[in-house]
Structures are given as structure tokens and as C-alpha cells.
Design a binder for this molecule. Sequence first.
Ligand code: GDP
Ligand code: MG
Length: 281
Amino acid sequence: MAEYRSGFVTLVGRPNAGKSTLLNKILGHKVSIVSDKPQTTRTQVRGVLTPPEVQLVFVDTPGIHKPRSALGTSLNATAKRATSEVDVVCLVLDATAPYGRGDAFIAEQLPKDSVVVVTKADLASPEQVLSQLAATAELDVAAWFPVSGITGEGTDELVEHLRARMPEGPQLYPDDMMTDVPDAVWIAELVREQLLAVTYEELPHSIATRVTEWEWPRIRCEIIVERDSQKGIVIGKKGENLKNVGIAVREQLPDGVFLELFVKVEKNWQHHADSVERFGY
Ligand SMILES: Nc1nc2c(ncn2[C@@H]2O[C@H](COP(=O)(O)OP(=O)(O)O)[C@@H](O)[C@H]2O)c(=O)[nH]1
Ligand SMILES: [Mg+2]
């Protein structure tokens, strides 16, 4: 009988490249929140794929970028930590955004035998995909894959390659476990995802969410913003925004969950390392 194999695959890339979308598609299950705002993913999210005889543990990271706050510095550290001691690193590139200095900065730090994944192939022209492949042709990597995290094209080939590269090792998570994100953190993330969808400009970075009470099926989630004016925006006219956020989150939870949302101001929290740590980022 073949030996069981297992290992870690880390997804790195610029913010907004499509890492979380790709991970959700590969798993066939949403484990990481997605938005069109950069720096949505704040913690390391592990997603587990367990086909027969092998287990792949994917690590989704915050995008690597130039930090402007304590929050930014912490996100970079999280992303960099995730590339050490893994079996394969995937550099995720957005096919619709030209290869730039941000990508080169990350590419320089890639371990040997990494994989280049050019995503959003469904949006891009073949020329755009080719130009990303050409831009990375000089890198000392093992393979290149054009994929889409929306349609799933190319993802089977990618997963097949990653499977084959997993070393012998034990099963690390139970068969039915798809993520290591605790339920309370996941609900806070779903709330933050909905808020990101309805807020603009500087507000996305100013929002933190955390579950403060859990008495199933009653859950209380706090939304922390940095200024009084932001509190008003989050709540919306006659509480409209907050109500819609609650509805959209409850749709993704089991029936009967009672979700209470509260908004609180903590001045400039993203610039204070202790608050960033307290919120778990
Ligand atoms: N059309 C298309 N959009 C994508 C694809 N992957 C990601 N996106 C969009 O790009 C944005 C950023 O995606 P996200 O996964 O959050 O990027 P991350 O910051 O790298 O995790 C979101 O609006 C996604 O819906 C893709 O393959 N095709
Ligand atoms: Mg992400």
C-alpha cells in the first residue's frame, strides 16, 4: 500500500490578487472571506483538502505590501511567516494587473521550486495571461498554471501538481475538517466581509469585528471603527446598513441563529499594536 502523504501549500501574492477566491474554489467551500478591497485577509487561514491517500493544507495569507500602520506591519509578518517551513509556495498573480514591483518584491523571496499561479484567467485575454507567464519565466520555479478562482478552470491541474509534491507524512486533520478557523472567528469574518461590501475608501481598514458573546444560538458580534463619523456610516440611515449586513450573514449560518451586531468606536485602533493584537490580526 502507498504511504500516506501530507504537506503545506502557501498562497502568497499582492493584496487583491485572488488568493482567497482560489482557495475557496479549490476546497469547494468558503473558508476565507473575499472582497474587492485590498488587505481583506488579516490572519492566516488554513484550508484542508483531503482526497484519498493525501492531505493538502493550504495557507491563505494577507497580501504582502508596503506597511503604513501597525495593522499593515502585522499583516506582512503573518504573510512572511507562512512561507517558511512549507512544502510548496504558490505565487498568485492577477492576470489582469501588469506584473509590477510589488510582484517582483515577493518573487525575490520565493523558495526554490515554488509555483506561479496566474489567476482571473476568465477575465483576462490570452495575451495578458501570456505576459504574466513571460514576466516570471526567469524565476527558478517548478511550474506555471493559468487558473480562474471563479470558473475553476485550471485548478484541477494545479491541485494534481501539488498532490504529487506532498511528502510522506501523517494525516494532520480529520477527513471532514475543512478549516482551522474557529466558528466564532468565522462569524466575525463573515460580518466583516459584508461590511467591506458596503463601505468605501478608508473605512475598510478601520473596521474590526469580534464575537464577544456566544450562547448558541445567540451570538453577539462587535464592530469596531476608528471614528464617530464611521460609526454612522456603518449603521446607515435608520440602521439600514447594519440590518442588511445582519441578514446577509444569517443567510450563511444555520437556521435559528440570533445574531446581535453592535458598533463601537476605538480611536485609531489600527495604529496601535496592542489593539491590532487584541483583535487577533
Ligand atoms: N473574475 C474573477 N475575479 C476574481 C478571481 N479571483 C478573485 N477575483 C476577484 O478579485 C477580488 C479579490 O479577490 P480576493 O480573493 O479577495 O483576493 P486576495 O486579496 O488575494 O485574497 C475579489 O473581488 C474577487 O471576486 C477570478 O479568478 N476571476
Ligand atoms: Mg485574501
